[in-house]
Structures are given as structure tokens and as C-alpha cells.
Design a protein around this ligand. Structure first.
Ligand SMILES: Nc1nc2c(ncn2[C@@H]2O[C@H](COP(=O)(O)OP(=O)(O)OP(=O)(O)O)[C@@H](O)[C@H]2O)c(=O)[nH]1
Ligand SMILES: [Mg+2]
Length: 367
């Protein structure tokens, strides 16, 4: 869909830059576009794929590929292919494509298959047996020595003369981000590497929700219970308590196992900024639709669902110097409705795995 829209509106009028905060998925998108009809057909053999990692700040330079000129003929051929593929089912995909899709499913990607119309066969045939692998000197690991005879293709003058380029760029570092305060070990727990399973809790006024020791939401005033759905790494614990105990819990357990992040006990907490509060008032819009997300810096967010017209007074906390944002409307308004059954004697609901997002192969690229 994105490729079709770019070709329709922007065509080849100028360069295109992928911009955004660190870790937002620019390089992943760049690599997908590199293997798509957006890119000149020979470019995937020539341009290196961008490095993707779950560490923020991975891309340090500008990578680029030349954009294909979407001539009428090309657009026609692309539409033909898309029409043909719209009838394909997952079973008809190659095993490599299936493997790739499964990998994405596991990670919770909202993507489909990106195909190509204008393929260029690789110019050099695949060599199974490489004699160089047998002729390495002692102490040299053949797996890591560069292949000596691999010839690199290059663009011709004509291919780049008037080319427009699509760039991957280094991410914009967010200044007031909680990740800047965390150690490598802690960041690993905060950044999700698997699909997030939302966790919903029902809270009455006077109850408190902790997201690790990185965020806290107090339900101060309201008439009825409300639903708080946490969207954060599955490895971060959520702890529910009551107002009169909350400060003591933080005091005792921040830096310890119960709240998990930060880790390193009292010593660690000495250098960690204290939580600072911000009052928030919300008005419910019904029991199926969240009214807002409380975004606790980059630790995650809490979607709040409350009865129609119900007025809530909340107090949310993030570590000093990090940004707390009330996102209204929320990103996933119906998130509380995918909860499972209530766990007896607790404020928690069982978690229900959301349905796979990659199922709809047939509609992903059709336009
Ligand atoms: N669930 C999910 N994860 C994604 C998606 N796109 C990227 N990721 C993951 O997010 C992480 C960051 O992706 P990158 O493509 O390296 O992000 P970036 O914006 O290039 O990051 P920097 O180069 O550090 O600025 C990686 O672990 C990706 O696998 C997506 O659509 N869904
Ligand atoms: Mg990148």
C-alpha cells in the first residue's frame, strides 16, 4: 500500500528520507522498501541492507537506494502482479516466505508480504563449493575472512545520473527518555523483543498501579471502577496496591525483584531520579472504548477505559526528567476488550493473546 501511494503521489519528483525517533523502525521499513517495487530493480544486489536491532541508535550514517521511476508500463505490470497475488493463499508461498512471515508473526509485526514485480536475476551464479574456504592460514577463521573472489556489482552511470534516492537516517535521540537513565541490562527488559501481550486490571478509586519502578498511576477520585490496560514489555512486572501503602512499596521494592527495573538495590536507586507526579483528569466514554493513554516515557503506556461520563482524577508518575504524556485519543481504543476472564481475588484479568496481525495476506498490498 505504501509503495503504491508513494508512486502515485510523489512519483520520482525528489529524494525521500525516512525520519523518526531512534528505534522506531526506519531501517526495517528501508529494508522492506529496498526489496519492493519502490527500488530500482538491480539495487537490492548492490545496496547493503540496513542493520536492524532493538537497540536505539543503531543507524549512524545515511544509507540510500535509487527510486524506480513509476512509468505507466511499470504501474500497469505492478497492478497485474498484485491482482494475481490477491488470489494467493498462505499455502502457496515459498517456504522461505512462510518462514519470514512466521518470524514476523512471533514478533507481533503489523506487516504483510512485500513482493516484487521487476526482479533482476543475480548476475553471478550461486557457487556451492568455495575453494577459498579451504585455503586459509592458521589462526584465520574462514567464516570471518572476506570472500576474495566475490565481485561486487555497481550502478552504471545511467542508473544514477538522474536518480532520486530513498534514505535511511540515524534516529532522533529523545532527550527526556527513560531509556537514557537505564543500564544495558535494564534496557533489555524494557524494550520488547516479542509481541506485547496487553495486561488489563480493574481499579477502584484509592488503588495504585506500578509499572516496574519506572511508572505509577494512582486512581484518586471517581465513582466507579475503571479498566487500566498496560502496554509494555512482557518482562516488566505490573504491581497493584492501595494508596496508603504505595509510597512504602516503592521505597522498599524499587531496585529489587518485585519491581525488577531498575535493578541493583539501594545503591542503584541512590543514583536513580525519584518519581514525580502529574495530575490528570479524564472523562469516560464507555466501557468498551479507552478515553486516553497515559504514556510513561518509553517504559510503556496505560490505556484508561471508564464508564460513560464518569469523571476520573488520576495521578501518574515517571522518573524526574522523563516525559509523561496523556495521549488522547488513545492508540488502541478497544484494548480492554481483548482481556480474558477475571482472576479471582485480584484486580487482574487473564491475558488473551490478540489474534495474529499477519493473517490477512490477501489485503496487504492490494490497491
Ligand atoms: N513489532 C514490531 N517491531 C518492529 C517493527 N518495525 C521494526 N521493529 C523492531 O523495532 C526495532 C528497531 O527497528 P529498526 O528498524 O532498527 O529501527 P530504527 O528506527 O532504524 O532505529 P535506529 O537506527 O536506532 O534509529 C527492531 O528490533 C525491529 O525488529 C514493527 O512494525 N513491529
Ligand atoms: Mg536504523
Amino acid at each position: 500500500g505504501l509503495v503504491s501511494r508513494l508512486q502515485c503521489s510523489w512519483r520520482c519528483t525528489g529524494d525521500v528520507y525516512l525520519l523518526g525517533a531512534t528505534n522506531s523502525g526506519k531501517s526495517t521499513l528501508f529494508n522492506a522498501l529496498l526489496r519492493s517495487d519502490y527500488c530500482k530493480s538491480r539495487a537490492p544486489n548492490i545496496v547493503d541492507r540496513a542493520t536492524v536491532s532493538h537497540w536505539p541508535g543503531t543507524t549512524l550514517n545515511l544509507l540510500k537506494f535509487p527510486i524506480i521511476n513509476p512509468t505507466c508500463d511499470r504501474i500497469f505490470r505492478r497492478q497485474e502482479r498484485l491482482r494475481e497475488e490477491a488470489t494467493k493463499t498462505e499455502d502457496q508461498l515459498s517456504s522461505e516466505e512462510k518462514k519470514y512471515l512466521n518470524h514476523l508473526k512471533k514478533q507481533g509485526y503489523f506487516v504483510g508480504r512485500v513482493g516484487r514485480t521487476f526482479q533482476q536475476p543475480k548476475s553471478s551464479p550461486v557457487v556451492d563449493f568455495d575453494p577459498d574456504m579451504l585455503s586459509y592460514s592458521i589462526g584465520e577463521d574462514p567464516r570471518h575472512s572476506p570472500k576474495k573472489h566475490e565481485e561486487r556489482e555497481e550502478f552504471t552511470y545511467n542508473e544514477v545520473k538522474d536518480a532520486r534516492w530513498c534514505f535511511d537516517t540515524p534516529g532522533i535521540v529523545k532527550e527526556n527518555c527513560v531509556l537514557n537513565l537505564l543500564t544495558e541490562k535494564e534496557v533489555k527488559l524494557v524494550l520488547p523483543t516479542q509481541a506485547i501481550v496487553p495486561r488489563t486490571f480493574i481499579l477502584k478509586p484509592g488503588m495504585v498501579l506500578f509499572l516496574a519502578a519506572l511508572g505509577r498511576v494512582d486512581y484518586l477520585e471517581g465513582e466507579k471502577p475503571a479498566w487500566f490496560s498496560v502496554v509494555a514489555s512482557n518482562l516488566l512486572p505490573v504491581h497493584i496496591s492501595i494508596l496508603s501503602k504505595a509510597d512504602a512499596i516503592y521505597e522498599k521494592h524499587a531496585g529489587q525483584e518485585l519491581l525488577k527495573v531498575p535493578m541493583g538495590g539501594e545503591e542503584r536507586m541512590k543514583e536513580f531520579p525519584p518519581l514525580v507526579p502529574q495530575d490528570i483528569t479524564l472523562k469516560g466514554i464507555g466501557t468498551t472504548e479507552a478515553v486516553a493513554d497515559i504514556k510513561l516515557s518509553s517504559a510503556g503506556w496505560v490505556a484508561v477505559t471508564a464508564h460513560m461520563e464518569e469523571k476520573l482524577l488520576l495521578r501518574a508518575y515517571t522518573p524526574k526528567g522523563t516525559t509523561l504524556v496523556v495521549r488522547e485519543p488513545p492508540l488502541l481504543p478497544y484494548i480492554s476488550t481483548i482481556r480474558g476472564a477475571r482472576i479471582a481475588g485480584t484486580a487482574a484479568y487473564r491475558t488473551k493473546k490478540p489474534p495474529s496481525l499477519v493473517e490477512n495476506l490477501k489485503t496487504t498490498e492490494r490497491r
